[in-house]
Design a binder for this molecule. Sequence first.
Ligand SMILES: [Zn+2]
Length: 294
Amino acid sequence: MKKYTTVLSLLLAMTGCTSSHQDTSEATLTEKDGYVLSKGERAVAKNHRIRFLVLHYTALDQAQSFETLTRSEHVSANYLIPDRPKTHKGLPVADQLVDDHDRSWHAGVSQWKNRSNLNDTSLGIEIVNAGWDQDTGQLLGEPYNEQQIELLISLARDLVSKYDIQPTDIVGHSDIAPGRKIDPGPFFPWKRLAEAGIGAWPDERTLDDYLARFSVAPPSMVQVTKALQTYGYGYLDEQPERVVEAFQMRFNQENVSGIVDIRTAAILFSLIDKYHGKDKASAILLPPEVAALG
Ligand SMILES: [Zn+2]
């Protein structure tokens, strides 16, 4: 019996089940209905549930955007950026329609970095803008305006820092639902956002290197596909051209064709180089026979 109790107390000590560690000082306690919650002991192993930031346009005017996103039983977003933001004490006002820790219904069927149903793991920001026509390649209304973009940058900066969101995890709706969604479109100022520290963008010098390299020996479609997948895109088996279009709307807005030109490929590999490492980019670009040996 003595042996048994020794083993038991050893086990309890190992699993942390002793009460001796429990900090029950008043500051850590909250009285609830029928029990008391202690936050005296806190775990180290954790991360944020929110991993991705998804940007959209509403394709509606300001009044319709508010009406739809607050009254619809099918769609919503965590935040709405109006096209004429109100100001309060000299600062522009963003509208929070759904709390960060609640799921808003903005992403729909979606994939990014091997995850699906991005509503579970993302925040959605809707921006009031009429959008663009994919057939003509033209804007359907006014471009995004300065006040909106400044407000968006301030809001996104706050969320990125709060939830430690990585540059490659800031995406457009079209990135996570290529072919099904075309927002925030090829007129959205992704470069401007990246310069303000929001989202990914290639380095100019690396881009020049890949441009020079690919004008002599462009990568194969297999290598481009592998790189798109590495960067985060899904749906490459089903509709590779739509994925290329989504990538171009984001990073090569002059050529939204679904056809991989040298510049598109060079931008893609510059991004892999910057965010996944030069070794990763080189490994994807190995000739097939070398890759097979490796
Ligand atoms: Zn959208």
